[in-house]
Design a protein around this ligand. Structure first.
Ligand code: CTP
Ligand code: CA
Length: 229
């Protein structure tokens, strides 16, 4: 979409968006990561700024993306850093979007020195759980604040993507959940997304197959009127 064709309906709104994949260090040179490119979060931030919002983008590892113009970017590495940044930024944000791919687990121990190869198999890597940042942000939600989560789901024959999305919305307690269908070349490392936008009030809006910018616009089209601006 041409930026000058977008409405200026987000003026006066401060939105905080997390994007990209966290990296959990094992030792000074190695980490556990994921394949998130950060493109969807960047698109949400860019479109919000184009529509007049003040935007803070908390960016974990991303593909080689250019930060959107007019957006404040805070770089983070680990889930713990992203957690701290989002809690801080959320204190002042009207809308909080967790588009980041947050590692569910991190290595239980961080080796001070590079783990050396020996002639034996290495010890297994012990993992420990990371905090659920989205659930915490929901817990800390202020009156009038809107919290948006993301879910990338694959159907498995018995339960379809939408059912998993509904269950996750319920479990997380957020106001909106963007459900992306993954597999068939969708979602990871690609330009296009498709899915649904679910609201805690029960609305289920299909998000058409299209660019991540279009998906971002569709998300803001639904969320902004609910912010009462
Ligand atoms: N999320 C989070 N903190 C975590 C894990 C996930 O804030 N430690 C957020 C993601 O940013 C996303 C939402 O929670 O907005 C859903 O993430 P997802 O990985 O789909 O859900 P999980 O609850 O981690 O469940 P699972 O990975 O088992 O499907
Ligand atoms: Ca997860």
């Amino acid at each position: 979409e041409r930026p000058d064709a977008l409405p200026r309906d987000m003026e006066g709104l401060h939105v905080a968006v997390s994007a990209g994949g966290t990296r959990e260090p094992l030792d000074p040179v190695r980490f556990l990561g994921n394949r998130s490119s950060g493109r969807q979060g960047f698109a949400l931030a860019r479109v919000a700024a184009q529509r007049g919002a003040r935007v803070t983008l908390v960016a974990a590892h991303t593909a080689d993306l250019v930060p959107p113009a007019g957006v404040e970017v805070q770089r983070v590495g680990t889930a713990a850093e992203l957690r701290e940044a989002m809690h801080r930024v959320a204190q002042d944000a009207r809308v909080v979007v967790m588009a980041a791919a947050v590692a569910d687990f991190r290595p239980a121990a961080l080796a001070e020195h590079k783990i050396k190869k020996t002639d034996r198999d290495p010890d297994p890597v012990r993992l420990t759980r990371n905090a659920d940042i989205l659930a915490e942000l929901v817990e800390a939600r202020r009156a009038g604040q809107v919290v948006v989560g993301f879910a990338a789901e694959t159907g498995d024959g018995e339960t379809d993507v939408l059912d998993y999305g509904r269950a996750k919305l319920e479990r997380k307690g957020c106001d909106w959940l963007v459900v992306n269908a993954v597999g068939d070349g969708k979602a990871f490392e690609v330009e296009d997304n498709a899915g649904w936008l679910l609201s805690s009030a029960g609305a289920e809006t299909p998000l058409p197959h299209g660019s991540k910018a279009r998906l971002a616009s569709a998300v803001w089209d639904a969320v902004v009127p609910a912010c009462g601006v």
